[in-house]
Design a protein around this ligand. Structure first.
Ligand code: SF4
Length: 241
């Protein structure tokens, strides 16, 4: 458990979370996280420590992927060794270079203007004169492509379903110990309160396990209780079958 300033970004805490058990020889084989903790760079760093970081990656940011129409990045064949890409119409890129986006290295690939200008499917590909691709570094790109494809499969969803247990624990900590809001000023006291909360939750769960208390049902929010869905609610259907 780590207590940080509220201004610290969540993703920056993944590495320390892995380093600590690593130092004690307790490196986990997999770590289930929510989408706020995933990126290609974090996934690669975890893999270097032998940890499979499992969490949903955001979709590619190109317009074609966002709008789910036209030729997305996955429709292009990338040959990293030859530093070349081939578009869905078989046109080879004319430029392969490097740049930085938000301080991070990226590869830029541009297709020849003469090919794109006369291309019959250009509206499905680009609104400019030529198509331009911006790629993560090779290892990150390959991990992104592989994991984005995997996370749509039933096998991946089944594996990730265990994350619901983590969310349930967080929910229990928030509701039972009020961990979302510190009762104390200063990080030292807040951190101690977190240790007590975590200990209390562990004892509570051990007791529930040993006494065979059934697991709780999914928490329903006040907003969901407003029943804004035009379809009859489950509650209404139960009363008037
Ligand atoms: S617009 Fe250019 S890159 Fe896109 S499919 Fe046509 S030739 Fe290929």
């Amino acid at each position: 458990m780590a207590t940080t300033s509220a201004a610290v970004d969540d993703p920056t805490q993944v590495q320390p979370t892995h380093d600590d058990p690593d130092r004690r020889g307790l490196t986990p084989g997999e770590h289930l996280v929510d989408g706020g903790y995933t990126s290609a760079a974090i996934g690669l760093a975890a893999r270097a420590q032998g940890i499979d970081l499992i969490g949903p990656l955001p979709p590619a940011s190109d317009r074609q992927t966002r709008e789910a129409k036209g030729f997305a990045l996955t429709d292009f064949a990338i040959d990293w060794d030859a530093k070349s890409a081939t578009c869905p119409r078989g046109e080879k890129s004319r430029y392969w270079g490097t740049t930085h986006v938000d301080g991070q290295p990226r590869t830029v690939v541009i297709f020849p203007e003469y090919g794109c200008r006369n291309c019959r499917v250009r509206p499905a590909c680009t609104s400019g004169f030529t198509r331009r691709l911006t790629l993560h570094p090779r290892e990150e790109h390959e991990l992104l492509q592989r994991q984005r494809a995997e996370q749509n499969t039933d096998a991946w969803k089944q594996r990730y379903a265990k994350r619901a247990g983590v969310e349930g624990t967080i929910c229990q900590a928030v509701r039972a110990t009020g961990i979302r809001c510190s009762r104390y000023r200063g990080r030292a006291k807040t951190s101690l309160a977190h240790v007590f909360s975590a200990t209390a939750i562990n004892l509570h769960r051990m007791d529930a396990h040993l006494t065979g208390r059934p697991v709780g049902t999914t928490h329903r929010t006040h907003f969901a209780d407003l029943d804004l869905d035009p379809k009859p609610s489950r509650k209404t259907r139960t009363r008037h079958p």
